[in-house]
Design a protein around this ligand. Sequence first.
Ligand SMILES: [Fe+2]
Ligand SMILES: [Fe+2]
Length: 284
Amino acid sequence: MIGKPEDLLKGFVQLSSLPVIYTKINEAINDPQSSMKDISDIISDDPGLTSRLLQLVNSAFYGFPSRVETVSRALFIVGTRQIRDLALATSIMNVFEGIPEALVSMESFWRHSVACGLAAKILATYRRCEMNVERFFAAGIIHDIGRLVIYKKIPETAQAMILRCKNHREPLFSVERETIGFDHSELGRRLMQSWNLPPSLEEVVACHHSPQEARRYPVEAAVIHIADIIVHAMELGNSGQQYIPPMDEKAWQLIGIPTSALSPALDQLEREVGDVVQSLFGKA
Ligand SMILES: [Fe+2]
Ligand SMILES: [Fe+2]
């Protein structure tokens, strides 16, 4: 038993570098003195991020009629807040390189995460009055991030937990709670707090398996909850959890989307997931 999430986060050096670019973009967005060019310059300073963003913006999900060639054009047509959230999602993926492949392949883990982000974003487009669907994409990409900390810090325990989940058909989050005293969603919450990410992301990550426990953002948590279940059911990647996780009975009611939207949303996810995954990894 580990006891506290902080014990696993201690001494994790990569974790301190993540939010720099996000924080810089955020500060520029909130600074009335700064211009679109300032934001574009911040992003353009990071060539890896720039190319991922442009590939993503040119992927099937956006379906723009002509190619978006520059960051400033992407900012103009997609929106600064949306680009900030895309930047967060894509830069997070760099932080967790080097997870032991024997546990869960990283490719499979990120396919699960990106597919969940895409599913959440597609579901969110059916919500009336939704202004920024990219935040759902970002939240979906990072929802299981606590699991990566577990894989990196205690790989042998992680292996035993995954095996138990497989052999006994138990949800992996329950096995985590019993084995180490907390689960990956709680660990994710602490990580979000230490990165000073918005409270909405923190709560969504914390409550993606129990959206009814979310105090301020139950709708957002429920969208990620359902997206997670959808990508498990469609077997798009894997985060270590071997079976479809249990569904919260109030979740569908919470998200406020007509049931008739489910079938076209699933079709869209199936059509676009390969292209979006490829734009982020270079592999479909
Ligand atoms: Fe999870
Ligand atoms: Fe998940």
